[in-house]
Write a protein that binds this ligand. Structure first.
Ligand code: BTN
Length: 335
């Protein structure tokens, strides 16, 4: 399958087919509109089909686009995008090793704030702590966003929490169109988004910085959107899920990623303008582990205590048995 719309005529034909998708457009009408022969139109239509668009062709009536199964590609993602920064510059891969690695290379070569990388599948999807991120084709979202905030490097972990709020809000919006039953997403510190206590999305934040300034941050977001449980390795089936598994409905990845970028932009701008407090409040509203006894696995020790929530800087607060309040900077939380 070809990946990009190579000519502006193909883009224009596609736009027209989308606008008129309720009826057929004849080869003759298209040929007149674009001032090219019917054979040239046919060749462009063939190229558009090769990009994954479902176009019905009838010798008597002409061409009609099936809008229900639009392919996941850069053209579709950027066409309806309402952001001003995030995703305005976007590169799309059918298959990548890791979108985070690509975004880091692009950022090192000067890619600007909000530049985004999207892949339909990843061969070496990376999770936190050197883990692997399952990245099959055709079902999920794998994206990495370059940010260049003027904040001290020590505050960079807050960007994971900014992103977690944006992801949770997006998931919540797409879970709400089910019939009656509406599961709510929750967050697990620092980077997981869960539905019905099972992991549905994760965030991998990587940074390139000097002692006192950030060169760039890459926010990698993986969301299990339409993945069937059987696509997961057996050991993950009890602890991971997808939106479709929990909501019962197939979700448009194009709508999802456009909404995700919009929410990401909203929360990131708010963070830069008003600081961490609004993020802390929003994050805590998705945090349902408060009051529960949790364990935090760190490199060299395990801390146990009752989860309280985020402190002013984004650390997780735990009340230990002896009454001591522990501020968790890093680690893996489990109930
Ligand atoms: C985690 O929960 O451990 C983090 C998972 C992050 C996965 C995403 S998918 C897009 C981006 N590219 C990667 O290689 N990883 C992140």
């Amino acid at each position: 399958m070809r990946n990009i719309l190579t000519t502006s005529t193909e883009q224009a034909i596609l736009r027209l087919l989308k606008k008129e998708s309720h009826s057929y457009l004849s080869g003759q009408a298209l040929s007149k509109t674009f001032g090219i022969s019917r054979t040239a139109i046919w060749k462009h239509i063939k190229a558009i089909k090769e990009m994954g668009y479902a176009i019905e062709a009838s010798p008597a009536k002409g061409y009609r686009l099936n809008q229900k199964s639009l392919p996941f590609n850069a053209f579709e993602i950027t066409s309806g995008l309402k952001t001003s920064v995030i995703g305005r510059d976007l590169v799309f891969y059918e298959e990548a090793d890791s979108t985070n690695d690509i975004a880091r290379t692009l950022a090192s070569n000067g890619a600007g704030e909000g530049s985004a990388v999207v892949a339909d599948s990843q061969k070496k999807g990376k999770g936190r702590l050197g883990r692997r991120w399952e990245s099959p084709a055709g079902v999920n979202i794998y994206t990495s966003i370059v940010l260049r905030p003027s904040i001290m490097p020590v505050f960079a972990p807050q960007l994971t929490l900014v992103s977690a709020v944006a992801v949770a809000e997006t998931i919540s919006r797409f879970l709400s169109n089910g019939s009656g039953y509406k599961p709510e997403p929750t967050v697990k510190w620092p980077n997981d988004i869960l539905i019905n206590s099972k992991k549905t999305a994760g965030i991998l934040t990587e940074m390139n910085s000097e002692m006192d300034r950030i060169n760039f941050v890459v926010i990698g977001i993986g969301v299990n959107v339409n993945m069937a449980k059987k696509m997961l390795p057996e050991e993950l089936r009890l602890i991971a899920t997808s939106l479709k598994e929990e909501a019962g409905e197939e979700i448009s990845r194009i709508d999802f990623i456009q909404t995700l970028y919009l929410n990401m932009e909203k929360w990131y701008k708010l963070y830069l303008k008003n600081g961490f407090e609004p993020i802390r409040e929003a994050w805590n509203s998705y945090f349902k582990m408060a009051g529960k006894v949790v364990k935090v696995q760190q490199m060299d020790r395990v801390i146990e205590g009752v989860a309280i929530g985020l402190d002013n800087d984004g650390m997780l607060l735990l009340r230990e048995k002896n009454g001591n309040i522990a501020r968790i900077i890093s680690g893996d939380v489990s109930i």
